[in-house]
Design a binder for this molecule. Structure first.
Ligand code: ADP
Ligand code: F6P
Length: 319
């Protein structure tokens, strides 16, 4: 392969830039040219494509967001969009693409591979909800951001003897909420994978109250949602003044942590090795800390188990 492309797609995640950097530098070291495709699959459709060299990716390893920009591209899912994307690959001599994103982006990569443009997916999402990997780029940074934010909320909850109900991101998965909830010592963690009645949460608060606890943090995954309602009910049932906070997009930004930068670099390097060897329609991932790769179809059919035991650990220790 002489020329490869790289794009970021779906929601941005801290560490995506570190992947782009690793892809460019690894490819150049292997004698390949690299084209940066802007705004995800939209850039492929519009021909928003430019040359990248080793210096184009200087000073980005520590930056959040994505210098390539990102998008969700409904047009790419249509025949018309796909045709334009393939035509632009041919026009720019792109023979393979590293696609950095989530499950949706992997589906796009699979479709492009089927059209003769070999793609390799790199897991990039703060949700850590991709089944073919135990880790996705951005998760560690987002967990740490969420933890820091909740620590700040705790200061004011503690000062007022209040309960704070905090919604964290994660789309339909509770991985971010679980880790953040444990790290902040939440009295309860509500995730979509495990049905929890509000009455159980209220009982936990009352039990802690009996042992002298006066302020409470409840972490709610966005896949559960309804923090205002949860907050109102807790206040009514316990008499504790309660506030709801939705952390929102603050969790998507910021400088990537060591873990995200290192994983990003390893994933980017591995993705280029696959393209160099002529392999497409694959994704890279992490298993027991090692870099692995799978066929995209296989990857998209996998399921990611939720660690219920970890919830038990949280419930036992945060009382
Ligand atoms: P993520 O990659 O974070 O899961 P999305 O689900 O928004 O984010 O997908 C990103 C982009 O990938 C979409 O805008 C679309 O262009 C492409 N995509 C998503 N789903 C599919 C699909 N089923 N087939 C082809 N392309 C898809
Ligand atoms: O997938 C990352 C994520 O931040 C999810 O946690 C969240 O559900 C979604 O993206 C938010 O998307 P948007 O940026 O379109 O609001």
């Amino acid at each position: 392969m002489k020329t490869i492309g790289v794009l970021t797609s779906g929601g941005d995640a801290p560490g995506m830039n570190a992947v782009v950097r690793a892809v460019v530098r690894t490819a150049v070291a292997s004698g390949m040219n690299v084209k940066g495709i802007s705004r995800g699959y939209n850039g492929l459709i519009d021909g928003d494509i430019s040359d990248l060299d080793v210096r184009s990716v200087s000073d980005i390893i520590h930056r959040g967001g994505t210098v390539l920009y990102t998008a969700r591209s409904p047009l790419f899912k249509t025949e018309e969009g796909m045709k334009a994307a393939v035509a632009n690959c041919k026009k720019h001599g792109i023979e393979g693409i590293v696609v950095i994103g989530g499950d949706g982006s992997y589906r796009g990569a699979r479709d492009l591979s089927l059209r003769g443009i070999p793609c390799v997916g790199v897991p990039g999402t703060i949700d850590n909800d991709i089944a073919s990997t135990e880790y996705t780029i951005g998760f560690d940074t987002a967990m740490n951001t969420a933890m820091e934010m909740v620590d700040k909320i705790r200061d004011t909850a503690q000062s007022h003897d209040r309960c704070s109900v905090v919604e964290v991101m994660g789309r339909s998965a509770g991985f971010l909420a679980l880790q953040c909830g444990i790290a902040v010592g939440a009295t309860a963690i509500l995730v979509p994978e495990v049905k929890t009645e509000l009455s159980e949460v209220i009982a936990r608060i009352k039990k802690s109250q009996e042992t002298g606890k006066k302020h409470f943090i409840i972490v709610v995954a966005e896949g559960v949602g309804g923090v205002d309602k949860i907050s109102d009910t807790i206040e009514q049932e316990t008499g504790i003044e309660t506030r709801a906070t939705v952390l929102g997009h603050v969790q998507r930004g910021g400088s990537p942590t060591v873990r995200d930068r290192v994983c990003a670099t390893r994933f980017g390097y591995a993705a280029v090795q696959l393209l160099k060897a002529g392999s497409g329609n694959r994704v890279v991932g992490m298993k027991h800390g090692d870099i692995v790769d799978y066929d995209i179809y296989e990857a998209l059919n996998m399921t990611k188990p939720f660690d219920i035991e970890m919830l038990e650990v949280a419930n036992t220790t945060s009382i």
